[in-house]
Design a protein around this ligand. Structure first.
Ligand SMILES: Cc1cc2nc3c(=O)[nH]c(=O)nc-3n(C[C@H](O)[C@H](O)[C@H](O)COP(=O)(O)OP(=O)(O)OC[C@H]3O[C@@H](n4cnc5c(N)ncnc54)[C@H](O)[C@@H]3O)c2cc1C
Ligand code: FES
Ligand code: FES
Length: 489
């Protein structure tokens, strides 16, 4: 008999023989915990938001519609139904009532859970000065009727207050999870505790499919109704998670959640932080991993251009041990990567750029928050004595895979760092890359944006190496005057 054990709202539950591709949301609602709502079932609306305390003891708001039930085995889950103590509402619920943060109430449970996470983030206590962090906290929750002003007022009131609630008591408890082998009928979910075990399963089962955060794979389950027969979760393999800096080199483990990467990169690798600022929502970034972002092989995955521009290496483990592959050779064709059967990505490694390098990262999408890129770009240029010594220009959304614009790079090297040189390189980008037209943008639009982003990069970095995004910016490119921006091209 297959059993999963976890806590939900302080109640210990043991469940048996539930198919492993059941989502947490489906299970919650099927067991009467209908306070948690379903809107889109694809990570876009936030109605299903719950809180998960992971094995490291960190509290994370997550979309329960994309979380598979075995992924919470051994962990602690909080839903909107576990917040109040008897008739006494949680501080966040009280504030939603007092400040009129709800009308029809459909979105409210999801908002409340994102707000409770905000309450437990001490770094948000002072977020007024930096209030893009508040936008980021709630951009994964949609409301059709209340209007965001009262909900933002609740956020300002509760953010960083660290309430002494029932959740507080269960934070920061590290859990060492043993391997999980969960088999129901002809479906199995393995969460091995070691890399060796994971590789053994991959080597022996043709149908094995790796899963990390499931923010992408979960869509196959909820939208395409795929009943995977053998999932291999990397969640419990400790060595695959985390960021290690040794001298000038950094290693980012494949299962590092993007919120962890975001926190480190704000000071550790600001150009990457700039790209992560508009990556999905907080709920998505709490589960989405670096490995999943690269291995889903999307031509519009947002990390790839930055890693290509920074000349990162992929670390790949397989039956024959560990191999390294330049990120340049990782993306082979549309939705195809260079992993062989039995291999998985264990991390990426790169040199931290020195302070003189000119760097930029840009994402252009139809909507600023929680949208997929039409075009993304990352640039790294070294200038010595006024001349370009080296250049790497990488794009997403411009070809079947994330790509470098090599002809344009050649057009830059050896030339003076000037507007004329950049114009020539922008023309080379447009000649070299032939994007498709789709609902996110026509080929002409993408091509024009790609050239203009390079021009914008020049404007930003003409006289200085790199600029982080200011808190309130109105364009993709940050212009010369402090606090001012040029319009999006
Ligand atoms: C609402 C929403 C918004 C999103 N916004 C963005 C965005 O702004 N930018 C963006 O780039 N993406 C976005 N995504 C896509 C997705 O969330 C990310 O690509 C994410 O990083 C995937 O990571 P994951 O761990 O959830 O991958 P999973 O879903 O677990 O896996 C994705 C694929 O990679 C494979 N895989 C995972 N890890 C490994 C590994 N270590 N080795 C080998 N194979 C592996 C899996 O088999 C699967 O095929 C969004 C998705 C949603 C649902
Ligand atoms: S139901 Fe919409 S994000 Fe989960
Ligand atoms: S209160 Fe109706 S959807 Fe938000």
């Amino acid at each position: 008999m297959a059993t999963l054990r976890f806590h939900v709202d302080d109640e210990f539950v043991e469940i048996e023989d539930v198919p492993p591709t059941t989502t947490v949301l489906q299970w919650l609602r099927a067991t009467g915990r209908t306070g948690t709502r379903e809107g889109c079932a694809e990570g876009d609306c936030g109605a299903c938001t719950v809180l998960l305390i992971d094995a490291t003891g960190r509290l994370r708001s997550v979309n329960s519609c994309l979380l598979l039930l075995p992924q919470v085995d051994g962990l602690r889950l909080w839903t909107v139904q576990g917040l109040a103590r008897g008739d006494a509402l949680h501080r966040v619920q009280r504030a939603m009532v007092d400040l009129h943060g709800s009308q029809c109430g459909y979105c409210t449970p999801g908002f409340v859970m994102s707000l409770v996470e905000a309450a437990h983030r001490p770094e948000l206590a002072d977020a007024e000065a930096d209030d893009w962090r508040l936008d980021d906290q709630l951009c994964g929750n949609l409301c059709r009727c209340t209007g965001y002003v009262p909900i933002r007022a609740v956020l300002r009131q509760v953010a960083g207050t660290c309430p002494d609630d029932r959740i507080q008591a269960s934070l920061d408890r590290k859990t060492q999870l043993p391997g999980l082998y969960y088999v129901v009928g002809d479906q199995r979910f393995h969460a091995p505790a070691t890399l060796h075990e994971a590789l053994t399963i991959l080597a022996t089962r043709d149908d094995a499919r790796v899963v990390s955060g499931a923010t992408d794979l979960g869509l196959d389950v909820t939208q395409r109704h795929v009943a995977f027969s053998c999932l291999v979760s990397l969640d419990r393999i400790e060595g695959l998670r985390g960021i290690t800096v040794r001298g000038e080199r950094v290693r980012i483990g494949a299962t590092t959640p993007l919120t962890d990467l975001e926190r480190w990169s704000e000071t550790g690798l600001p150009v990457l932080h700039r790209m992560l600022r508009y990556f999905g929502s907080r709920q998505i970034k709490h589960r989405a991993t670096v490995g999943g972002n690269l291995c889903n092989a999307s031509p519009i995955g947002d990390l790839a251009p930055v890693l290509l521009a920074l000349d990162a290496e992929a670390l790949i483990a397989g039956p024959d041990g560990l191999r390294r592959l330049p990120m340049d050779e990782f993306f082979v064709d549309y939705r195809r990567i260079a992993l062989q059967k039995g291999e998985l990505l264990v991390g990426v490694e790169l040199d931290l750029p020195d302070g003189d390098r000119k760097l930029g990262a840009y994402k252009v999408s139809r909507r600023r928050e929680l949208d997929i890129s039409a075009v993304s770009a990352a640039f790294a240029v070294d200038v010595e004595d006024g001349r370009i010594r080296a250049a790497r220009l990488a794009y997403g959304g411009m070809a079947a895979t994330p790509v470098r614009a090599r002809n344009a790079e050649s057009a830059l090297v050896g030339q003076p760092w000037s507007e004329e040189t950049i114009d020539a390189a922008a023309a080379a980008v447009q000649e070299e890359l032939h994007p498709l037209s789709d609902h996110r943008g026509s080929a002409w639009y993408r091509s024009t944006v790609a050239g203009n982003l390079l021009r914008g990069f020049y404007v930003e970095t003409r006289d200085r190496p790199f600029r982080p995004l200011p808190p309130r910016h109105t364009g993709t490119v940050v212009a010369d005057d402090p606090g001012q921006t040029v319009e999006q091209p």
